[in-house]
Design a protein around this ligand. Sequence first.
Ligand SMILES: Nc1nc2c(c(=O)[nH]1)N[C@H]1C(S)=C(S)[C@@H](COP(=O)(O)OP(=O)(O)OC[C@H]3O[C@@H](n4cnc5c(=O)[nH]c(N)nc54)[C@H](O)[C@@H]3O)O[C@H]1N2
Ligand SMILES: Nc1nc2c(c(=O)[nH]1)N[C@H]1C(S)=C(S)[C@@H](COP(=O)(O)OP(=O)(O)OC[C@H]3O[C@@H](n4cnc5c(=O)[nH]c(N)nc54)[C@H](O)[C@@H]3O)O[C@H]1N2
Ligand code: SF4
Ligand SMILES: [Mo]
Length: 734
Amino acid sequence: MATHIHTCPLCEATCGLRIETDNGHIESIRGDTEDVFSGGFICPKAHGLKALHEDADRLRRPLVRRDGELREASWAEAWQAVQDGLAPLLEQHGRNAVAVYLGNPSAHNLAANIYGPVFLKALGSQNVYTASTVDQMPKQVSAGLMFGAALSVPVPDLDRCEHLLVLGANPLVSNGSLMTSPNARGRIRGIRERGGKVVVIDPRRSRTAEEADEHHAIIPGTDAHFLFALVHTLFDEGLADPGAVAEHCAGIEEIERLAADFTPERVAPHCGIEPAEIRRIARELAAAPRAACYGRIGTCTQEFGTLASWLVDVVNVLSGNLDREGGAMFTRAAGGQRNSAGTPGVGKGITLGRWKSRVRGLPEAFGELPVVCLAEEIETPGDGQVRALITAAGNPVVSTPDSERLDRALGQLDFMVSLDIYVNETTRHADVILPGPSPLARSHYDLALYQLAVRNVANYSAPAMKPEDDLEPEWRQLLRLTAIVTGQGADADLDALDSFVIDALIQRAVTDPQSPLSGRDPAEVHEELGDRRGPDRALDLLLRSGPYGLTLDELEANPHGLDLGALEPRIPEVLRTPSGKIELAPEPIVADVDRLRASLERSRNGHLVLIGRRQLRSNNSWMHNLPPLVKGKDRCTMHVNPDDAERLGLIDGARARLTSATGSIEAPVEVTDAIRTGVVSIPHGWGHDAPGVRLEVARDHAGVNSNVLADTSLFDPLSGNAVLNGIPVEVAPA
Ligand SMILES: Nc1nc2c(c(=O)[nH]1)N[C@H]1C(S)=C(S)[C@@H](COP(=O)(O)OP(=O)(O)OC[C@H]3O[C@@H](n4cnc5c(=O)[nH]c(N)nc54)[C@H](O)[C@@H]3O)O[C@H]1N2
Ligand SMILES: Nc1nc2c(c(=O)[nH]1)N[C@H]1C(S)=C(S)[C@@H](COP(=O)(O)OP(=O)(O)OC[C@H]3O[C@@H](n4cnc5c(=O)[nH]c(N)nc54)[C@H](O)[C@@H]3O)O[C@H]1N2
Ligand code: SF4
Ligand SMILES: [Mo]
C-alpha cells in the first residue's frame, strides 16, 4: 500500500486528494484533511478520477487514420503522420492555414501552461482559438483594461466577506470559477454564519440561490442593466465612495455620467427586478462593512458580457470594497503572475485587436480569435483559409456554438491532429490522436488558478500513478510539435529545445526588477535548477523568481501545500496600466455603453430564451464516460417553469423540441418552479451518440448537445465571447 497526496486537476477548486494505491491499483480516493487550502473537501468528481484512470476507452496509444479509420499506431508512425500532414500545408499555404484550439483542461495542465505558449509562438498562426471565448474572455478584457494585465481579476475575499452579491454563478455546484476556493460551499455558508448576507442574481433558483438570503430571478442577458442601476443608485444617494483606492482611480465622473440614464425605474422592466429592490440591494452593498460583488459564466457568456464583467468591478470600487479585506482583492501567487513582474504600479496595459479574423473581421484578444469564427475560417476559400487544425484537450464540437456547422467544417479539413485522451465528438475527425497520460500520472501545479485564489497558496503534486509504458509526456508532445512547425522535424533534439525554453524563462527572470533573481548570472541560475527537466524545472524557476522566492524542493517537502496567508491589499503595486491608475472608464468599454443604452428601447418579443446550467457530477463535455458520474436518472433535461409548460402544452417527463435560428434538438422536459418564466435551461456538454465516438458508457447516457442551438452570430463584440445564455428558442412538445 502507498499513499499519494495529489491536487485534483479537474476544476478550479484545487482540492487536495489522498490516494491509496496497491501495486499500481487505486484503492481509494479521499479528501486530504491536511491540505492547507481544502482541508479534506472534495466533490463527487474526485472519485471519477479512479474511473478515469481505469477507463478502457481512455487512449493509451496514438491513433492514426488509415483507410478512413482511426487505428492504433506507434509513436514514431504517429509523429511521421503529423509531420507529413502539417509540413506541406505550412509550406504551401503559410502559418495561418494551421489553426489551433486549446480546451479547458489545458488551463489545469502544467505542461500546457509552459509549453503551450512556446508552441503557439513557434507556429505563428493568427488562427488561435480556445475555450476562453466561450467562457471568461469578457472578464479578462474588462480586468485587463481596468487593471492592466490579463489575469488581474479581483476575487471575493470569501473568508472575511460579510456580504456577497453573486451574479450568474453557482459555486455550490461549479465549486467556484475565477475564484479558486476549495469548499466554496463551506466558505459561502461561513458568510451567513458570521451574520453576513448572500444575495444571488440568477434566472434559476440554483443550489447557491437556495442557500442564500435572497434570490432575484433576473431576465437573462440583463446583468449590465441591473449593475448600471446599482451604480446609478450609489451616485444618486451619495453612497459612491471608493475608500482607500480613491486616489488611484481615474474616470469616476465619467462613470457617473454613463450611469445617468440607467435609473432603476428604467432598467426594471428589462431585468425583471423591481426598482425598490435594486435600490435596496445597492444600499445594503454600500452599507456592509466588507462586501464583494462577484459574477461568472452567466455574466460572461451573454450579449453584454464585457460590460457586465466591468460593472461588477465598478460596483466593487464604488462600494468601497475593491482591495479591502473581505472585499474583492488581488491574489499574490507564488509564481508566473504577470502583475507581480516588471515595474510595480505601472505597465504597458493591454492592447486588443492586434489582428482581425479573416472572414468577419472580429478582433483578437490576448493572442486569440473568437471561437465563433472557427467554422467560417475553415469553410471560406481564399488566402489564409484554415486547412489544418490542432486541438489540445478540447471538444469544440460540443462546447462551442452552432455545433452541427463546426462538425461539418471539421470534416472538410485537409488535416487534423488532436492531443486528447478520448475519441470524442471532436477528435473523431482527427487524422492523428496523441494521448497524454491519465491526470494522476503527471505532476501538477495549478499555475493559472493559484493566481485567482481566495488565499495565497502554493501546492505541488508529484505524479501519483505511473504513466502507461511509452506514453510520451505532454510537454514533449508540445515540443515535438514545435519542432515540426519550425521545420526541425519530428526527430529534433527535444532536450536541446527544452534548454532553449528554460533559458528564455531565465532571461526574463534575471531582467525582471521585481524578481528575487534580478541581476543574477543566467548560466548560474540554469545550473542551480539541477537535474529536473520539462515543466517541473520551469515551475522551479517560476517559484524562485516569484514574490516569495520559493523552490520546488520546498513545495515537495510540503505535499499538503504551503499557506502563504490571507489576501493583502495590492493597490497600487498590482496595477499595470500606462497611467498607473485603476481605469474605471476605459475607452473601448465606454464606447460599448451606447449599445446597452440602445437595448433599453427594445421591447421583449415574448420569445423564450435558453440558458445553461452545470451539474455536480459532470465536467463540461468529458466525464460522461465514467460510470460513477453518470449513474442515476437522466440529467440532460430541459427545465421549464410550470406557467410556460402549461401555455406550451409541455408535460413533465415527455419530450420537447427546441428550435433556434441554427438548429433543432429534443430533450426530456422537467417542469420546475426553480426557473423563471420565459426561460428554459439545458446543461451543455452532452450529445455523445455521434458515429465514430468511442465512449461506450457515454453513448448510453448520450443526452443532447445544447450548442446546436447557439448561434455564431451572437457574441459580445468587445471580447468576441459567444452568447451561450439568452439564446432565443421556440419550444413545443415533440
Ligand atoms: N460540476 C461542475 N463543475 C464545474 C464545471 C462543470 O461542468 N461541472 N465546469 C467548470 C468550468 S469550465 C467553469 S467555467 C465553471 C463555471 O462556474 P459557474 O459560473 O459558477 O457555473 P454555472 O453553474 O454555469 O453557473 C452559471 C449560472 O448563471 C446562471 N445564468 C444564466 N444566464 C444568466 C444571466 O443572463 N444572468 C445571470 N445573472 N445568471 C445567468 C445560470 O442559471 C447558472 O446558475 O464551473 C467549473 N466547475
Ligand atoms: N452552452 C454552453 N456551452 C459551454 C459552456 C456553457 O456554460 N454553456 N461553458 C463553456 C466553458 S466555461 C468551457 S470551459 C468550455 C469547455 O470546452 P472545451 O474545453 O472545448 O471542452 P471540454 O469538455 O472541457 O473538453 C476537454 C477535452 O480534453 C480532453 N482531456 C481531458 N483531460 C485531458 C488531458 O489531461 N490531456 C489531454 N490531452 N486531453 C484531455 C477530453 O477528452 C476532452 O476532449 O465549454 C463551454 N461551452
Ligand atoms: S471541487 Fe474540483 S478540485 Fe475539488 S474534488 Fe471536485 S473536481 Fe476536484
Ligand atoms: Mo470554463
